[in-house]
Design a binder for this molecule. Structure first.
Ligand code: ADP
Length: 183
C-alpha cells in the first residue's frame, strides 16, 4: 500500500519476481479492460478518469476472480487493493473462503512533493489519462481519506511493514525483502 507515485507497481513487480508469484494490480486490470473496451472497462472508465474509486462491488469481484486463478494458488502480491474499509472486509472474506491468510502488508511512503514530481514525469512518458494535475490531486486526496487510515488497522493486526519509498529502486526492493524476512 502507498500513495500514488510511490512506486507500488515497480516494487510489486520486483517482489513478484523474487518470490515467483503473480503481482495482481487492480489498476492494471482496469486499464487493460479500458484499452480493450470491455464491459468492465466501460463501467470502470468513468470513475478512473475522475480519479475516483471504482465501485467496490465491481472491484471486489475482479479481485476474487483473480485470486481464484491457478497461478495464484502459491501466493500473490496485491497492488492497489484494498483501498477502503469495505475492501478490507471483502478481502478478509475472500481469504477465509480460500483458506489462506495475509503474510504482511507492505506500506511504502514518500513526501507529497516527491510523489507529484514522479507522477509528472510518468505522465510525460506513459500518457495515462488520469495523470493530469487535477486528477492526480483527487487521487491523492482519496488515498489520504480512504486508504491511509487502513494502515493503522493492519498495524494493529501485526501485519504492517513500513518501508521508505525514496531511493534507488533496487535498494528499496532489497529493503522490502529484508523487512519481510526479518519479521
Ligand atoms: P494509482 O495508485 O496511481 O492511482 P492505480 O493503477 O492503482 O494507480 O489505479 C488507477 C485507478 O484505478 C484508481 O484511481 C481507481 O479509479 C481505480 N482503482 C484501482 N484500484 C482500485 C480499488 N482497489 N478500488 C477502486 N478503484 C480502484
Amino acid at each position: 500500500m502507498g500513495p500514488q507515485g510511490v512506486g507500488k507497481g515497480t516494487q510489486a513487480a520486483k517482489l513478484a519476481e523474487h518470490y515467483s508469484i503473480p503481482a495482481i494490480s487492480t489498476g492494471d486490470i482496469f486499464r487493460f479492460n479500458l484499452k480493450n473496451m470491455t464491459e468492465l472497462g466501460k463501467e470502470a472508465g468513468a470513475f478512473i478518469e475522475k480519479g475516483e474509486l471504482v465501485p467496490d462491488e465491481l472491484t471486489n469481484r475482479i479481485v476474487e476472480d483473480r485470486l481464484g486463478q491457478d497461478d495464484a494458488a502459491q501466493g500473490w502480491i496485491l497492488d492497489g487493493f484494498p483501498r477502503n474499509a469495505s475492501q478490507v472486509t471483502a478481502l478478509d472474506a475472500m481469504l477465509e473462503k480460500l483458506g489462506v491468510s495475509l503474510d504482511a502488508v507492505v506500506a511504502l511512503d514518500a513526501d507529497r512533493s516527491v510523489l507529484m514530481d514522479r507522477m509528472e514525469k510518468r505522465a510525460q512518458i506513459e500518457g495515462r489519462s488520469d495523470d493530469t494535475p487535477e486528477v492526480i490531486a483527487k487521487r491523492l486526496d482519496v488515498y489520504a481519506t480512504e486508504t491511509e487510515p487502513l494502515l493503522a488497522s493492519y498495524e494493529q493486526r501485526g501485519k504492517l511493514v513500513r518501508v521508505n519509498g525514496v531511493g534507488d529502486i533496487e535498494e528499496i526492493a532489497q529493503a522490502i525483502v529484508t523487512a519481510l524476512e526479518s519479521r
